[in-house]
Structure formats: structure tokens, C-alpha cells
Design a protein around this ligand. Structure first.
Ligand code: NAD
Ligand code: ISE
Length: 335
């Protein structure tokens, strides 16, 4: 049987998720779509024979909607996730879970009061084949105890509305989740160092930023966030342990040898680089809800932790100091 999905927010990633829920994910059927741009909602909904509804609350209340996907702007996430929990419906929310740690905590508390997990956050890297291989090697002891991780997150360009704090809140938040998951450890401090900024950027932006994270167990992470690198969308991660190192593979691409040169393509955006990961993410989400009624992926707690750590990172950007993260104790509910 197919699960009825309602989608709130029909922009870039909303349309991507609607397309994959319709064409690639087995057992899902998008039945309702909304967007504050009503024309956009109508067009996107009609493409998949869904109904366009007036508001997010109408989508959540719709009896045909069994699970909700939130892909609207970040500041609207908390309202819709809380409303879905109040309605007792599973909700997949794109990152960030909410734009303040306080709102993330309200979601964590509402979910615990409900008594079962309902929320999954869209940290899709946990579903990328390369990252999963990396985790397998680390978990199996293949490099001994991890000591260091070197990461890079490069975007070719960003729109003018992107500001310096977004390097942590919008971009590095993926690595913040990924390193917590890969090392099964918590980030206890954050620091940002700012090299000379590139001239290929809007004046208000500090870019690149060099971020340093310390794990509770003592491992150290360095992360270059460079969102105007010009040449492509490039994601790197090397973990160094006591007896070896393991690196994230580049996604499978052909190598062309011709005219005395070797050439390969560099992806230009997250849509292509993580296309397979998004497919697996939504497939596993739908299957888990269908089989057990509960999601198994990144939790509301992971969304809360990522928000606290990205806030500490932004504070360091502004103060230049090492900032300790102040996470609440993890409730037993989240394992
Ligand atoms: P977007 O601006 O293209 O789309 C957002 C859509 O939400 C717009 O169509 C807008 O009209 C609509 N919207 C805004 N407020 C609304 C409301 N109250 N109710 C209904 N619709 C509303 O942005 P995007 O790039 O698609 O990003 C959306 C979310 O997805 C953001 O939280 C972003 O961080 C996240 N995202 C995640 C990834 C990833 O790699 N996982 C990539 C891109 C974006
Ligand atoms: C965007 O919102 C994403 O989530 C992308 O994965 C990231 O690379 C980009 O920097 C963000 O703006």
C-alpha cells in the first residue's frame, strides 16, 4: 500500500523530493503540496496529480496525508514540525530542524511527550555510499582509534542573501552532523579562523572560513568551508587513526584520457553530488514509517545538537574565541 505524503515548501529541494517520492521511492505517493507562492504550489502539485492546499496546517490536517515532508525556509520549520507532532504524524524535515536551539529543544520535548519518534532531519550524508563505507572502516577498527579528521565543503557560488553565519548554520551543519555520526562522539568546542577572503564574493561575506572542532574523546576536526570556490561542488573528508587513514571517495565518474590529458567532471551542486544519497534517505524513511511507524534516521536530538554546535561556531566567528558547546544531557528516549 502506498503512503500519502504532504509536502510543505515547493522550492528547489521540495521539487526534488516530490520528484523522487513520485518516481523513485517505492510505497510513497505525494497527495498534497503547499507553498506560500500559491501558483508554484499549484503547478508543482498538478505535475504529480496531487492537490495544492492553502497552508502548511491544511496539509498536516488533511486525512489523506499520513506523513509530512517540510522543505520550506528554515525559520518556518519549527512551526510545521511541532504541528505534525501535535497531529501524531511522522515528519521528515530538511535541515536545519529549526533556526534556534530553543525551538529544536521544544521539538525534542514535544516528541518525547508524544512517546514515540516522529521526526527525522534531512542530514542526507548518512545515506551516501562513500560516507557509509568510511563509517564501516572506522567502526571495524580499520584505522585504529580515530585521531583527526580533515574536511572540506566547497560550493561554486552562493546567492547574495547568503551571509557569513550561514557558513556554519547552513553549510557546515552537514559536517557537524556527519562527524558526530562517524565518530559516535560529541563536539565539545568550536573555533573559526578567517584567512584572507576571496575577491570572488559579495562584500558582506567572510569566505572561506576555517573551522576547528574538538570531540569529547579528544579527536580534532578541521573543516574548510569555501562557498565561492568557483570550480564546482567539492566535498572531502579524510579520517586519520592510530594505524591508518581513510578518505571519502569521489563519486563514480569516468576519467577521460585524451590529447595528452586526463579529465573528469566535478559536480556543480548538491543536487547531483548527493542525488543517490537523497534517494536512499527517502526510501529508507518511507520503509521505516511503513514497517514500524517510526523513523530510524537522524533524530530531533541530532537536529538540536547540530543547532547548538553551529551557534557556538557562529559565536566564535564573531569573537575569535574557542567556544565550548552547551548541550543538555541526552535523554534516554534518543538512545
Ligand atoms: P527555496 O527558497 O528554493 O524553497 C523554499 C520554498 O519554501 C519556497 O518555494 C518558498 O516559497 C516556500 N515557503 C517559505 N515559507 C513557507 C511557508 N511558511 N509555507 C509554505 N511554503 C513556504 O529553498 P531550498 O533551497 O529548497 O531550501 C529549503 C530548505 O531545504 C532549507 O531549510 C534548506 O536549508 C534545505 N536544503 C537542504 C539541502 C541539503 O543538502 N540537504 C540542500 C538545499 C536546501
Ligand atoms: C545548502 O542549503 C545545502 O544544504 C547544501 O548541501 C550545502 O552545500 C550548501 O552550502 C547549503 O547552502
Amino acid at each position: 500500500m502506498s503512503m500519502g505524503i504532504g509536502v510543505i515548501g515547493a522550492g528547489w529541494i521540495g521539487q526534488e523530493h516530490i520528484r523522487r517520492l513520485t518516481e523513485r521511492v517505492v510505497g510513497a505517493n505525494v497527495v498534497a503540496v503547499t507553498d506560500i507562492d500559491a501558483e508554484r504550489a499549484k503547478k508543482v502539485a498538478s505535475d504529480v496529480d496531487a492537490r495544492a492546499l492553502g497552508t502548511g496546517q491544511e496539509v498536516i490536517d488533511d486525512p489523506a496525508v499520513e506523513a509530512v515532508v517540510v522543505t520550506s525556509w528554515g525559520p518556518t520549520h519549527a512551526e510545521y514540525v511541532l504541528a505534525a507532532i501535535a497531529a501524531g504524524k511522522p515528519v521528515f524535515c530538511e535541515k536545519p530542524l529549526a533556526t534556534t536551539a530553543e525551538d529544536c529543544l521544544r521539538i525534542v520535548e514535544a516528541e518525547q511527550a508524544h512517546g514515540r519518534r516522529l521526526v527525522q532531519v534531512g542530514f542526507m550524508r548518512r545515506y551516501d555510499a562513500g560516507y557509509r563505507q568510511l563509517k564501516q572502516v572506522i567502526d571495524s577498527g580499520g584505522i585504529g582509534t580515530p585521531l583527526l579528521m580533515h574536511c572540506a565543503h566547497r560550493n561554486p557560488t552562493v546567492p547574495e542573501g547568503y551571509h557569513s553565519a550561514m557558513a556554519a548554520q547552513d553549510t557546515a551543519i552537514h559536517e557537524i552532523d556527519t562527524v558526530r555520526w562517524l565518530l559516535e562522539d560529541e563536539i565539545v568546542s568550536a573555533q573559526v579562523i578567517t584567512p584572507r577572503s576571496t575577491s570572488n564574493k559579495y562584500d558582506h561575506l567572510t569566505d572561506p572560513q576555517f573551522m576547528l572542532f574538538e570531540m569529547a574523546g579528544g579527536a580534532r576536526i578541521d573543516l574548510e568551508v569555501f562557498v565561492n570556490c568557483q570550480y564546482g561542488y567539492d566535498i572531502r573528508c579524510e579520517t586519520v587513526g592510530e594505524t591508518g587513514s581513510v578518505s571519502l571517495p569521489d563519486p563514480a565518474q569516468v576519467w577521460l584520457r585524451s590529447a595528452g590529458q586526463v579529465r573528469t567532471e566535478v559536480y556543480q551542486d548538491w543536487k547531483d553530488r548527493f542525488a543517490d544519497a537523497f534517494d536512499v534517505e527517502l526510501t529508507e524513511w518511507v520503509r521505516a514509517i511503513h514497517d514500524d511507524g517510526e523513523p530510524t534516521g537522524p533524530s530531533a536530538w541530532d537536529g538540536y545538537a547540530a543547532s547548538v554546535i553551529s551557534d557556538a561556531t557562529v559565536e566564535s566567528l564573531h569573537t575569535g574565541r574557542v567556544v565550548n558547546t552547551q548541550l543538555k544531557d541526552r535523554p534516554d528516549f534518543y538512545g
